[in-house]
Design a protein around this ligand. Structure first.
Ligand code: NAI
Ligand code: MG
Length: 350
């Protein structure tokens, strides 16, 4: 039997609620499968820990995390801590420290789920987000604080190595899909340096993938194309900031933020990869037991795929789709089901 060591970080708000649901479902899957096992270790890294002890990740924490096969992450963010402190305290040190440079965000309308688009059934996309540099490189600063001449800079950093590897990853992924189509998204009309370099490197890499069709779109035009012509899109690749925004739009168009998953991959496997729902800690519904666990189940399926457990991954997604098709929906999808009921139904379907 193959047993995987998974680090579970629930984090804040609904994070622990959906991660516990995900653990239950994965354990049920292991039981049903027979040849598969998981050892979960829970890490209480959260905003409460930060308020109590002054850190999200304790000293030596990343070194411990590194020994796991994968990381299963909920969400971080609290009303009591500024968002830039929580994000840079927990999620980004893991993504950047473990060089998880490829952020993969699939979007499609699951059976039984209603898209706000009339032609929502045409949505079958993968958003690929550069996850290690760009606008979130952490470069910038503030001077003359509090004075009328105060200045703040936020510098986007693009390296040839960083850009080339994400384009290559995107072409490789597009190549494995039926349509083999990749759209490059930038803003290289207004931003003349880093974005133009993105375009140039994309076209260089494209030469190695003659079997993948490609086109280009400016990021603003891409938002309208996603809404008006969803069928023209297959895979898209964009910078850290642009893809962050586009993938939230993709999630909303496919029904709810509560169903959208993501994988933060270190494709070379020098470090563990991290799997999380794309939503945040959702203060408005935390503690009510109504968070939609589907995003977390889907991200668990992505984790299984990354671990090479394709059969288990497909089995899990089929069970999730059976439950969404039957109309067992949490309130974000217009239903009245609780997290526990959806979780129980998925386990029964497994
Ligand atoms: P959010 O994703 O937490 O919530 C946005 C809206 O979507 C809310 O109305 C919420 O109830 C709903 N929603 C989200 N997930 C849901 C689910 N699973 N089921 C049902 N409804 C769901 O985004 P928001 O409000 O902008 O941020 C709240 C906190 O989360 C902030 O502190 C923010 O920084 C943090 N955040 C953390 C992320 C992460 O850890 N990766 C990602 C996004 C936000
Ligand atoms: Mg986001």
């Amino acid at each position: 039997m193959k047993t995987y060591d998974i680090a579970a970080i629930g984090g804040d708000g609904i994070g622990p609620e959906v991660i516990e649901a995900g653990i239950e479902v994965l354990q049920a899957l292991a039981k049903a499968d027979g040849g598969l096992g998981f050892r979960f270790e829970r890490f209480p890294w959260s905003s409460q820990l930060y308020l109590d002890e002054g850190h999200y990740i304790p000293p030596g924490g990343l070194e411990r995390l590194r020994t796991f096969d994968a990381i299963f992450f909920g969400a971080v963010g609290s009303r009591k801590v500024p968002d830039h402190v929580s994000l840079w305290g927990l999620r980004l040190p893991i993504c950047q420290g473990f060089d998880q440079y490829a952020n993969v965000r699939p979007a499609r309308v699951l059976p039984g789920v209603k898209s706000p688009l009339a032609n929502g059934k045409d949505i079958d996309w993968v958003v690929i987000r550069e996850n290690s540099e760009g606008e979130y490189a952490g470069m910038g600063g503030r001077s003359h604080r509090g004075l009328p001449i105060e200045v703040g800079t936020e510098v986007a950093v693009f390296t040839r190595a960083g850009v080339e590897r994400i384009h290559r990853f995107a072409f490789e992924l597009a190549r494995k899909r039926a349509r083999r189509h990749l759209t490059l998204v930038t803003k290289s009309n207004a931003q003349r340096f880093g974005m133009v370099m993105w375009d140039e490197i994309f076209l260089e890499v494209a030469k190695d993938y003659p079997d993948v069709e490609h086109d280009r779109e400016l990021v603003d035009a891409m938002t309208t194309r996603m809404v008006l012509k969803p069928a023209t899109i297959d895979v898209m690749v964009a910078t850290n900031l642009h893809a962050d925004i586009l993938s939230d739009l993709a999630a909303a168009l496919s029904g709810s933020l509560g169903i959208a998953p993501t994988a933060n991959l270190n494709p070379e496997r020098a470090f563990p990869s991290m799997f999380e729902p794309i939503h945040g800690s959702a203060f408005d519904i935390a503690g009510k037991g109504i968070a939609n666990p589907v995003a977390t189940f889907w991200t668990a399926a992505m984790m299984l795929e990354h671990l090479g457990e394709m059969v288990a991954s497909t089995r899990l997604m089929k069970a999730v789709e059976k439950v969404t098709a039957n109309g067992m929906h949490t309130p974000d999808l217009g239903g009245g089901a609780t997290t526990a009921q959806v979780t129980g139904a998925v386990i029964a379907a497994l």
